[in-house]
Design a protein around this ligand. Structure first.
Ligand SMILES: [Cu+2]
Length: 244
């Protein structure tokens, strides 16, 4: 029963392991030392799957042990001569950068023979398999979304919608408010003197909806009959630069 549980936990760990690089403390709580049994480190590796990119951390006190990477032949015979690499300072982190078998031992005399040796089988980085999966899913949506914004005949529809005329008169009054213009200014509303033209007076001004055209009513009470016609004429001048 316990064995089944251990197998389940091991397979779960292997599943998680495949997604990202992991760091292993060699021997776990035991660390990197003369083990209580010669099979201690081979027991520690059983159930673990190492992959390229994983890191082995050998925890030991500098001067007490070393970590030498050696060939299989030297590993089997506990021969520390001519190691592939040698680390004497602890703790030592060793990156498993290549796939295949990796062999480590302690070079202090007697330690390897007592079981301070470690062999790990490193598989190629499995992180490459989940990476290509997402790309095919993402490229398909972009081309579908793009064609929709193309058909937009805006120039024909722009004069008809109501929001456009609503916005255009709003800013004009808000800037200055409705203005009152005294027609002809100091000249007033009368038969214009020579050199004065109501057309010219109106041409320099910008009239907005809501503006008021005022006259000096007191002065021109006698001409009141003509005012309506003349105001109409002035409006025509403003809009068409023409009057009859
Ligand atoms: Cu040692």
């Amino acid at each position: 029963m316990l064995k089944m549980l251990l197998v389940t936990v091991a397979s779960l760990a292997a599943t998680f392991h495949s997604s990202m690089a992991e760091t292993y403390d060699v021997g776990d709580a035991l660390g990197w030392t003369i083990p209580p049994s010669r099979a201690a480190y081979s027991n520690w590796t059983s159930g673990k799957s190492f992959a390229v990119g994983d890191v082995l951390v050998f925890k030991f006190t500098t001067g007490m042990h070393t970590v030498a990477k050696v060939t299989k032949t030297n590993f089997d015979s506990c021969n520390p001569a001519g190691p592939i690499s040698l680390t004497t300072n602890g703790p030592a982190s060793i990156n498993l950068s290549t796939a295949g078998e990796h062999y480590f031992l302690c070079t202090i005399p007697g330690h390897c023979d007592a079981g301070q040796k470690l062999a790990v089988n490193v598989s190629a980085a499995p992180s490459t398999s989940p990476a290509p999966a997402p790309p095919p899913a993402t490229p398909s949506p972009p081309p579908v979304a793009e064609p929709t914004p193309v058909p937009t005949p805006e120039p024909t529809s722009s004069p008809s919608p109501s929001p456009a005329p609503k916005t255009s008169p709003a800013p004009a009054p808000s800037k200055t408010g409705p203005k009152t213009y005294i027609v002809g200014d100091s000249v007033g509303w009368t038969i214009p003197p020579s050199g004065f033209s109501y057309q010219t007076w109106a041409r320099n001004k910008t009239f907005n909806a809501g503006d008021i055209l005022g006259t000096y009513k007191n002065q021109f009470l006698s001409q009141h009959v003509h005012i309506n016609y003349l105001l109409l004429c002035l409006e025509i001048i403003i809009h068409f630069n023409f009057c009859f």
